[in-house]
Design a protein around this ligand. Structure first.
Ligand code: ATP
Ligand code: MG
Length: 282
């Protein structure tokens, strides 16, 4: 049974839901493993769940030089993240709202993106986003961030602000090795294990041995599985829509809804744990 059904069947206010002001970061273990695709489909899935209760989901593309989310969502931004970053030190809520580009009609999903030409990459650094993220997070029911992969202090500051981090891995040797390194970094940062959700993408293909290796290497981690969905991805790219909204019955969409439920369960657990700690401190 879907986790969301009991949580949302009672018309709870968005402010009471485990998704209230949640920040979910998505990072690829390596280039091209499907991180942006996970981002746009996860944000779509969250938006579908929150919209009936009047909630909004915002997807922030933090890849200033290579923004892809807008392409996958057929969104031609009227305003870009540069307008937010330029005002980082005195950021007004109206500026954030103006920079949210509505995706589709009444989808409950907004996109904050760098200009598609990558020009933000020569003017702004990730450090500029660090100070803006709390205001962005406060301005939406739920925020999903498509994170870059260069591990530096700024990326760590963004990771720190995330409630949970989805780390996308594929069944190939270099992605498995990279994931092992990322997990070591997260351990050094002393993140709770529930903060990290591994996403094994493109599973169920012919690379059986590598898939087994992936699953056994990360058997102690919380992991969600996404199938190899070449045809669905091709259709989605041609139509410029996420698989989840275009092909809701596809295996990828089903797995994405299960992934969403898993992420929410982790959020619920972490929030309850934090509440217990606070109570003990009082
Ligand atoms: N489960 C899947 N099955 C088949 N193709 C997929 C799957 N997930 C993603 N893809 C395809 O893989 C390609 C790369 O995806 P995407 O751009 O999301 O990767 P990325 O990790 O964000 O890359 P980058 O490192 O450039 O940011 C795209 O063409 C996408 O359609
Ligand atoms: Mg990407």
């Amino acid at each position: 049974m879907r986790v969301l059904s009991p949580l949302f069947s009672v018309k709870k206010k968005v402010s009471e839901s485990p998704l209230a002001n949640a920040l979910i970061g998505v990072v690829g273990s390596k280039g091209g493993v499907g991180a942006t695709t996970v981002c746009v489909n996860l944000a779509t899935s969250l938006a579908q769940n929150l919209a009936p209760d009047g909630g909004f989901t915002t997807l922030v593309d933090a890849n200033f030089h290579q923004p892809d989310a807008a392409l996958q969502l057929s969104c031609q931004p009227k305003h870009t993240i540069s307008e937010i970053l330029a005002r980082a030190h005195s950021l007004e809520p109206q500026v954030i709202e103006a920079c949210k580009n509505a995706v589709g009609a009444n989808s409950g999903l907004h996109l904050i993106t760098p200009a598609i030409d990558g020009s933000a990459g020569t003017t702004y650094n990730l450090s500029d986003l660090v100070s803006c993220l709390p205001s962005l997070k406060a301005s939406s029911s739920t925020t999903v961030v498509d994170l870059p992969r260069h591990l530096d202090r700024s990326l760590v500051s963004l990771f720190d602000q995330c409630d949970i981090i989805l780390l996308v891995v594929e069944p190939n040797i270099s992605s498995i090795a990279a994931t092992t390194r990322w997990l070591a970094a997260f351990r050094d940062l002393e993140y709770a294990s529930e903060k990290i959700l591994l996403v094994a993408n493109r599973m169920g293909s012919k690379a059986r041995l590598l898939e087994q290796q992936l699953l056994s290497t990360f058997s102690r981690n919380s992991i969600a599985i996404l199938p190899n969905a070449f045809r669905a991805m091709e259709t989605a790219q041609i139509d410029g829509l996420p698989v989840l909204s275009l092909l809701p019955k596809d295996a990828y969409s089903k797995a994405m809804r299960e992934l969403t439920d898993k992420a929410i369960l982790n959020l619920v657990f972490l929030r309850q744990q934090r509440a217990t700690l606070l109570q003990e401190e009082e």
